[in-house]
Design a binder for this molecule. Structure first.
Ligand code: FMN
Length: 183
């Protein structure tokens, strides 16, 4: 059965959260089971790099990553939604990625399907959101995941700015819909 996991990389009631809610609402209308998490609002310890998970396949920390790992394992598609932070993905997403190492060690990220979306305040011409997409893409490539699509939303600083990007937002939602239907 298709299951989608939406991961939002901003804890601000901002553009990433707003777009994430639009994705979830669309998937619910499609009757696709969807889980939605905001790692920044969870208890997630920073990876210490001890590499115990390379041997044991699990992390020693007991925190919200235990249930997140199950969600990632069970997802047929992950949708990353990151705010652009200094031309990169957000630190909340980075912390989450580091803590996925147990799944990398057990090769359970291999072939995992994903879509990435980056939302930033700068214009498309600065390539700032493209850089954030590249950082997400680098992670997925290195984890041997399968990126099915990547999209950027630009010129969004305040939440009201997303209204002006409606055409692009609707285009991205439509592309996500098509990808989910093809799963
Ligand atoms: C620390 C920080 C760095 C940022 N760097 C960038 C950037 O490099 N490029 C950009 O387009 N927007 C940048 N932004 C703006 C956010 O991308 C913007 O606020 C957007 O709405 C997405 O964030 P949000 O989901 O938290 O609202 C930055 C915001 C913060 C707080």
């Amino acid at each position: 059965m298709r299951k989608v996991l939406v991961i939002v990389g901003s804890r601000r009631e901002g553009n990433s959260l707003l777009f994430g809610k639009k994705v979830v609402s669309m998937l619910k209308k499609m009757r696709v089971p969807v889980s939605y998490i905001v790692p920044g609002n969870q208890k997630i310890y920073l990876c210490t790099g001890c590499m115990d998970c390379d041997q044991k396949g699990v992390c020693d920390f007991k925190d919200d990553m235990s249930k997140n790992i199950q969600l990632v394992k069970n997802a047929s598609l992950i949708i990353w939604i990151t705010p652009v932070r200094w031309n990169l993905l957000s630190s909340d997403i980075k912390v989450f990625m580091d803590r996925l190492n147990p799944l990398y060690a057990s090769q359970e990220l291999e072939g995992k399907k994903a879509i990435s979306v980056a939302i930033g305040s700068q214009g498309k011409e600065t390539y700032s959101s493209e850089s954030a997409i590249t950082s997400l893409g680098s992670f997925m490539e290195s984890a041997h995941m399968n990126c099915l699509g990547h999209f950027t939303i630009n010129d969004c600083l305040q939440v009201k700015d997303q209204k002006k990007q409606e055409k692009n937002v609707n285009y991205i939602l439509h592309q996500i819909k098509k990808i989910v239907e093809s799963l």
